[in-house]
Design a protein around this ligand. Sequence first.
Ligand SMILES: N[C@@H](CCC(=O)N[C@@H](CS)C(=O)NCC(=O)O)C(=O)O
Length: 203
Amino acid sequence: MSKIRLYGTPLSGHAHRVELMLRILGLDFEFVEAAAAVRASPEYARLNPLRQIPVLEDGDLVLADSNAILVYLARRYDPDGPWLLNDPVGAAKMQRWLSIAAGEVMYGPATARMALQWNMPGDPVRAREIAERLLVFMEQHLRDATYLAADHPTIADLACYSYVAHAPEGAIPLAPYPAVRAWLARVEAQPWFKPLPASPIPA
Ligand SMILES: N[C@@H](CCC(=O)N[C@@H](CS)C(=O)NCC(=O)O)C(=O)O
């Protein structure tokens, strides 16, 4: 089997979701740390012209974007497994949560955490508003659902987990959202789970 490389940083939630998928699939991989200085290099721009992490290398394949990588890994290494939903309604539900991961999760809890922890660009007040609206929606949804898109974990849960779990590191409390916390605990109880380390400034 070809060597798999994951370019990321230890505190990136985008890389974390890919790492969870690699663990689920039992795939051996090398984690290559790609801090800002590495991402600024011309070599890295050849891997991902957007200069973002994560990037996955699998043999000759170079693939950027965490959600695209989740789809690739599940379809390539466990096509009949439970991680993707293929029926029309299930696939649409799954895609909706992937879009939420790239939209509200990114511009809400992830941006609030990046602004507070690393002074990165982003309006923390706006990020907090987006996060609160997202969490209210997730709370309503998870009152009647075990996982986001199905009655079992799918890539939708992986895509949304990391930044929601670490929302308090962006000063967004999870205490008002018991159903969200119960969902996070269900993900954390899975045998393949590995936590994203805590950020420098304690929650
Ligand atoms: N849509 C991308 C977003 C990835 C992303 O924003 N990664 C951050 C780190 S967690 C990054 O590389 N930021 C640096 C930059 O955007 O220049 C994905 O899902 O992979």
